[in-house]
Design a protein around this ligand. Sequence first.
Ligand code: NAP
Ligand code: 12T
Length: 335
Amino acid sequence: MGRGYSIAVVGATGAVGVEMIKTLEKRKFPVSRIKLLASHRSVGKKLAFQGEQTPVEELTHDSFKGVEIALFSAGAARSKEFAPSAVKAGAVVVDNSSAFRMQEDVPLVVPEVNPQKVKDHRGIIANPNCSTIIMVLPLWPLHRVARITRIVVSTYQAASGAGASAMMELQKQIAEIGEGKRPGVVVLPHQIAYNLFPHVDVFLPNGYTKEEMKMVHETRKIFGDDLIMVTATCVRVPVLRAHSEAVNIETEKKLTAGEVRAILAEAPGVKVVDEPGKKLYPMPLDATGRDEVLVGRIREDISRANGIDLFISGDQLLKGAALNAVQIAELITHA
Ligand code: NAP
Ligand code: 12T
């Protein structure tokens, strides 16, 4: 029997936090004590963990006494403010926000790709962006075999990426439209029901969004390859919780579609769903609630000599966020 760990979940009441709690339970993570932290608004709420109603406490700088691993998912501003306090108290922070991902002394980890980086941490390990995690899972084994030189990706991102309130906004807008009412737009930048928009996170001076540039920089850091060229268009679609992506890659060494299928059939965390004749291909509804990233529509790009096209769907709240964070915590306990 191994020992249990004292865990804090920061942002426990949020879309990701709730999945973190469920993932810790589901994977039988050895927990001796759990602290559920959120804003003052959630004080008085209780959340079930391993059959026990656990009160939610307000996040403060003093929240981390005795905490060994702190899973942060309360937004980048809270991470910047409170992660140093957690580290000072002796905890290892697994941070789900964009706050520290590109800092040189912060490992950016996808356990199927670069688990060895976990041990280099100096208190904080960053969980990559959801769209990046879901993309690198199938691309890493292809990169190892054939070296990917360029990635062109378009995303179809669910409301869940923008939090529980955005998921509710999508559901509310659909209900309002059904009742013949004008849908309210509060959380997302436009009506999302029966719509989509090429706008996730904020716009940057280079014309890309921050979300798109995360896919560029984070992919390079996770692969340890600064030469890989990436361009992305990130689109919000009226889907509740799984992200999808159309991905085109160019490789140094030619890969056939059959070779790609064979490599991906063995790839950890990936499930090939690619029988278009039977109407089987990745779809966000099928990826919802699943740990694996679904990959299909695998084909040779007719416009380039060494190009491959694929389509992927993965649960944003699981592999895109909570599951990847808990897998990192598992690596910490195994170190
Ligand atoms: P969410 O559903 O809006 O939940 C936000 C959580 O943060 C809630 O628990 C909320 O507590 C808490 N919080 C907000 N303000 C706070 C404050 N001032 N003090 C303490 N707690 C506060 O959002 P989410 O979807 O779970 O995402 C949370 C964060 O995770 C995002 O902002 C993002 O940084 C990160 N994220 C990362 C990925 C990824 O790509 N890996 C994906 C999704 C999200 P209350 O309920 O008390 O308000
Ligand atoms: N704005 O963790 O809006 O960097 O879908 C993830 C998802 C930021 C992040 C989104 C975002 C992140 C979104």
